[in-house]
Design a protein around this ligand. Sequence first.
Ligand SMILES: Nc1nc2c(c(=O)[nH]1)N[C@H]1C(S)=C(S)[C@@H](COP(=O)(O)OP(=O)(O)OC[C@H]3O[C@@H](n4cnc5c(=O)[nH]c(N)nc54)[C@H](O)[C@@H]3O)O[C@H]1N2
Ligand SMILES: Nc1nc2c(c(=O)[nH]1)N[C@H]1C(S)=C(S)[C@@H](COP(=O)(O)OP(=O)(O)OC[C@H]3O[C@@H](n4cnc5c(=O)[nH]c(N)nc54)[C@H](O)[C@@H]3O)O[C@H]1N2
Ligand SMILES: [Mo]
Length: 777
Amino acid sequence: MVEGPRVLSADSDEQARLEPNVGPAPEGNPEFHPYHHPAAGWGAAKSVTRFLVREGALVDGPRAIMRMNHENTGFDCPGCAWPDDTKGLHLDICENGIKHVTWEMTSKRVGREFFAAHSVTELSGWSDYDLENQGRLTEPMVYDPDTDHYVPVSWKDAFEVVGRALRELDNPNQASFYTSGRLGNEATFLYQLMARELGTNNLPDCSNMCHEASGRALHASLGTGKGTVDLQDWETADALFILGVNAASNAPRMLTALAEAYHRGAQIVHINPLVEAAATRTIVPHDFTDMALFKTTRTSTLNLQPRIGGDMALLRGMAKAVLDQADSDPKALDREFIDRHTAGFEEYRALCEGTSWDEIEHQSGLSRADVLKAARVYGEAARSIVSWCLGISQHEHGVDTVREIVNLLLLRGNLGREGAGPSPVRGHSNVQGNRTCGIDHRPEDEFLDRLAEVCGIEPPREHGLDTVHTVKAMHSGDVKVFVGMGGNFALAAPDTPYTYAALRNCDLTVQVSTKLNRSHVVHGRQALILPCLGRTEKDHQRKGIQSTSVEDSMSMVHLSIGMKRPASSHLLSEPAIIAGMARAALPDSATPWDWYIEDYDRIRDTMAQVLDGFEDFNRRVRLPLGFRIKQPARELVFLTPSGRAEFSTAVLPDVVPAPGTLALGTMRSHDQWNTTIYSDNDRYRGVKNLRTLVFMNRGDMRERGIADMGPVDITSTAKDGSQRSLSGYLAIPYDIPRGCAAGYMPEMNVLCALSDYSTQSDQPIMKHVKVTIGPAA
Ligand SMILES: Nc1nc2c(c(=O)[nH]1)N[C@H]1C(S)=C(S)[C@@H](COP(=O)(O)OP(=O)(O)OC[C@H]3O[C@@H](n4cnc5c(=O)[nH]c(N)nc54)[C@H](O)[C@@H]3O)O[C@H]1N2
Ligand SMILES: Nc1nc2c(c(=O)[nH]1)N[C@H]1C(S)=C(S)[C@@H](COP(=O)(O)OP(=O)(O)OC[C@H]3O[C@@H](n4cnc5c(=O)[nH]c(N)nc54)[C@H](O)[C@@H]3O)O[C@H]1N2
Ligand SMILES: [Mo]
């Protein structure tokens, strides 16, 4: 593994400034060998050990990991949002969670000497891997334009830089406050309070790129923005449908649930253009006997590979089959449920009848026989759960597709009872809690009313900017101050060069971070790096060690308490940083910012008064497993206009690529966390030492004269006709349907036009980029 920086080998400085170069230098030649081993198990154990050694965390790492995800005594895994196992050994951890924690606990540090030694222009030439790999940030830094270096600044002065910039704005809507889904609930609440007290709802978050579509769809159909099932439901379902998620890499703890489901005889249907590792077999990593005996468990009973974007047609086909079946077998439908709890059934039935099998086959890319296989599983199961992630949401018609999932569930009353319902797999560990606690650019009036009453502020009523529109507004100069509470906005957002230009056009960019990343070197005229405590670290405040709370994918809220000594004595907690900025920006504020920071129980007491479902917050969050936020839809209470669950009736979109073009999905490798790349390997897909790749169907490669592992150029065409390209990528022949291609984010954000967002959710279309691919020129 390289330790020194790798300078980008771009043709020009300008290109180096514009194109991300994310991964580490390859250890060797690119390799591709299809993977035939089970997911998790010993491959994962080996990979973890190598990683602990590399990060110098061999002692602290394992000790911390034993404290992870314990009932209210440890810290919450800062990785994904899969809920914690509530029984057994409490060893509910995974390879990627361990990597994630270890990455935060690294013994490497990036201090003032580092910034003195390297100018920002020099650092912009480093790969993203090398930036993050310098270790933990240790003290606040401010950009000095005269020397082009970051220099140390006191916290007080740093807050004053932010305060002055915000006070001097003509209008509070010239600032935008981004959240990445790591932020705990208490910090989240203070952050939105600061923005709204200032007078703006410009609260973009990573959810705008992630599950915005799911939230909007569930809201429209069921009157709740969240899934309705919990882990116990997963343990009692007869059929699990898993759509558009690479669970073995991105929600590895789901493997345990799948293996248990298989053992009890449940049907497990994976729907994904790629047969991912979770759709094969696993060795349950915390089952020591299985590990010792190399005993594998199947995690799938049926795999279907629709074309990219073909899910809605498949779901419509399944619904059509269920309705056909009902002609001869009335039990195929749950008529009582439909009559009592839903609206719009007859219209939906007519729509299904009017959709031809030809169209379903053409749009899904699956044969009628295959669609019927999935329909049969669904029809025979008394209790079904449908689970999904980005393969469903990051599409033009993401909202319609999630609503189609709900349509299908409603037909057989798969809602509001054990073992049944919709179950989106959320991304970041607290992305769901962020929304619950007020990060929303389109807040509801009732929430603002309560915020006004309890906190004594006058929150703005006008909707704010989301991620895409924040980039646009920075680009045009309408937003002048950007604050990033975590995350790596420069690389996570689409249209990399455009987003870079937008950030560089700001008067001030502020990044609250744990590690150095691209968003620090792509900055505004003034720039601050504010380093914060990580979730694994002890948070000392006046009234003692503080805890924060988080909400998982299944609406469980529990405490997280750090146990490690902070990476540096100069770090502040995220709540303290927010309070510092708020005091400086709002000198006349009546909000007791400092008093809140002394004891987070005080923040929670206020939250209990503002937020639905948080009554008695401080007591309930300290129950052994925390508490579950009420889910009205789960109780068959639908906060929709009709007071019922609403069928939707969208016609099938045309997702079939035009002749000569392909639909490209951007996704994660096994060895990365969003914009953080751990290595150039993608173990379960059989790739080593390579990220600049594109997975293609062999037929599509042959047709274009592309050799196996041959270099290609990729050109995307946006809705507005503009083109973007990447060159020198290697084509990997892969088991993926004709007309489809896939490669890695964030590199491929270069191909995603900012203007190509879904008209249904404003979410960037990251899974259906229209491209042409040919041999490299
Ligand atoms: N280790 C690790 N864990 C993570 C993350 C990480 O980067 N690393 N990121 C976290 C975050 S923020 C999120 S949002 C989640 C993301 O979790 P995922 O949704 O698994 O993320 P992606 O890697 O984008 O994978 C998308 C999956 O959808 C499939 N797919 C693509 N297009 C389609 C389609 O049209 N239909 C169907 N049915 N499938 C399709 C792809 O083949 C791939 O399996 O993971 C979270 N967990
Ligand atoms: N093309 C394409 N683009 C995508 C996606 C895709 O599938 N395709 N997926 C989208 C999705 S789903 C998401 S969620 C976004 C992710 O977007 P972000 O959430 O913005 O990005 P991350 O890579 O998760 O952020 C990593 C950085 O977070 C900081 N960090 C880590 N831990 C902490 C902490 O505890 N506190 C603070 N303050 N900072 C911390 C570190 O400095 C690290 O460098 O990317 C989106 N972009
Ligand atoms: Mo995400």
